[in-house]
Design a protein around this ligand. Structure first.
Ligand SMILES: [Cu+2]
Length: 197
């Protein structure tokens, strides 16, 4: 095996593995009453993980929450505004379909087809280019910029009992792949050098 073939193999390996990881983006946030605007003293806690898949044009919402003072009435994502301020809802109204309502604790896991208008607040689509595709782009830009927040509303806190400002999660998977590729290259190069001596 010569070095050119080896390098070619390396680049094929990298190009085959990296795009898979790169076509997904994850955003996470802890859910707290202190993150509401204005802040409240709810003892409830929770967390949310959003996964955007750019190939499938989907958004997976995974959330859990407990200790709410009120009973859940709605949950969705608001976008796009600066931290500590309020803005309209970007996603499905009044609440994410199937989200546990009328409870003080629960879990949620649902994947939305973001190519469908029903996955958005119609007003958000109108205000963001008028198309589902432009709305999707703006929602992702808002998520990337830390300008979108997950809000959980209850009967005692109509404006939201706990919320979380979503921020991008680095993908350890893609770094691990790159590192593995570099390691393979280093080992193979050493073998070739030894063989050449
Ligand atoms: Cu809301």
């Amino acid at each position: 095996m010569n070095i050119n073939k080896l390098l070619l193999g390396f680049f094929v390996f990298i190009s085959a593995t990296l795009p898979v990881a790169a076509h997904q983006a994850k955003y996470a946030a802890p859910l707290l009453g202190s993150s509401e605007a204005p802040a409240n003293a709810s003892p409830a806690t929770g967390s949310v993980l959003i996964t955007i898949d750019f190939d499938l044009v989907t958004m997976r919402v995974e959330a859990n929450f407990s200790g709410l003072l009120g009973n859940t009435t709605a949950a969705h994502i608001h976008c796009c505004t600066d931290p500590g301020t309020n803005v309209g809802v970007a996603t499905q109204l009044p609440s994410f379909i199937g989200f546990p309502l009328g409870v003080t604790a629960g879990t949620y896991d649902h994947t939305f087809d973001m190519a469908l208008a029903s996955s958005y607040n119609p007003t958000f689509v109108i205000n963001h280019g008028g198309l589902v595709s432009t709305a999707f782009n703006d929602l992702v830009l808002g998520l990337d910029a830390g300008k979108a927040y997950f809000n959980l509303h209850t009967n005692l806190f109509p404006g939201g009992e706990i919320r979380g400002l979503l921020s991008p999660v680095p993908e350890p998977g893609s770094y691990a792949m790159l590192l593995a590729g570099l390691l393979i290259l280093a080992v193979c190069t050493r073998h070739i050098r030894r063989a050449a001596v």
